[in-house]
Design a protein around this ligand. Structure first.
Ligand SMILES: [Zn+2]
Length: 266
């Protein structure tokens, strides 16, 4: 590995996108734009990423990069999928394989939960990935991360209960896969200093939020900001969301709101 090759990668350039459910049902997407993206649209997203020269990586790759064991591609991007809907296996997996891409899937530790009942009735329940599908995705190079045991809002739980959701989901998924689980995603993107501490204590190397945390991945590994992709945007805004100014604008807006909120609660 020459020094020249080593300098290709730049962790500041890593883009991190957040998806949930990919659907063939246009009516469902219209009803649930916050979590659903239509399959044809998702296909165009992958097409755009390929044409613009992005290469998908995982948090595992990022860890290897930090340990000087792996170079980053010129334009690295992490595609994350929260909640572990079955559509990740039936729709996302074949398409991403076709494009030679891989992603990160955040799933629940409690495998007794077969449907996404947590936001019912606002959100119609969807089937979740079964163990066999999770194993297949893992073997194909997708990274599996934990997303609590039961999709509870961690900020409403006692320290003990939150610890159980965070640590036991890691343990159960590690038993299922027979390999380490190093990445966590906070439910509802809700994160606070205590939760970050518990996630670190539980042994995770990274944790993802949504609209919070610094603009680049290397500043705070326990509050990684992601760009939400939903059924609401057209292709122009999808491309815009990948650009640096958009990410910094979202970050500044969050900073402003945090300071404003603090000052008004003194
Ligand atoms: Zn979730």
């Amino acid at each position: 590995m020459s020094d020249n090759n080593k300098s290709i990668g730049n962790s500041k350039k890593i883009r991190i996108l957040m998806y949930h459910h990919i659907s063939r049902d246009k009516k469902f997407v219209t009803r649930h734009k916050n979590i659903a993206v239509h399959i044809e649209e998702f296909k165009l997203h992958l097409e755009i990423l390929q044409r613009f020269g992005y290469t998908t990586i995982t948090f595992r790759d990022y860890s290897l990069f930090k340990d000087n064991k792996l170079n980053l591609p010129r334009k690295p991007i992490i595609l994350t999928f929260d909640d572990g809907y079955e559509s990740i296996y039936t729709e996302v997996f074949p398409l991403m394989e076709y494009y030679g891409m891989k992603g990160v899937i955040f799933i629940l530790g409690d495998k007794e939960i077969k449907y996404s009942m947590w936001d019912f009735p606002e959100l119609e329940p969807l089937p979740l990935l079964n163990e066999q599908q999770i194993l297949e995705l893992h073997e194909a190079g997708f990274e599996i991360g934990a997303h609590t045991l039961t999709h509870s809002d961690l900020t409403t739980l006692s320290r003990e209960k939150a610890w159980d959701e965070i640590s036991r989901s890691r343990m159960l998924l590690e038993i299922l896969l027979g390999s380490p689980i190093n990445t966590f995603a906070y439910t509802y993107g809700k994160v606070n200093p205590l939760l970050k501490e518990l996630v670190r204590e539980a042994g995770y190397k990274h944790a993802c939020g949504t609209y919070s945390g610094p603009p680049t991945i290397d500043k705070d590994p326990y509050e990684i900001r992601r760009i939400l992709i939903n059924g609401n945007q057209n292709l122009t805004s999808y491309v815009m969301k990948l650009q640096r100014p958009y990410i910094y604008a979202e970050w500044l807006w969050w900073k402003y709101k945090t300071i404003f909120y603090k000052n008004n609660n003194k």
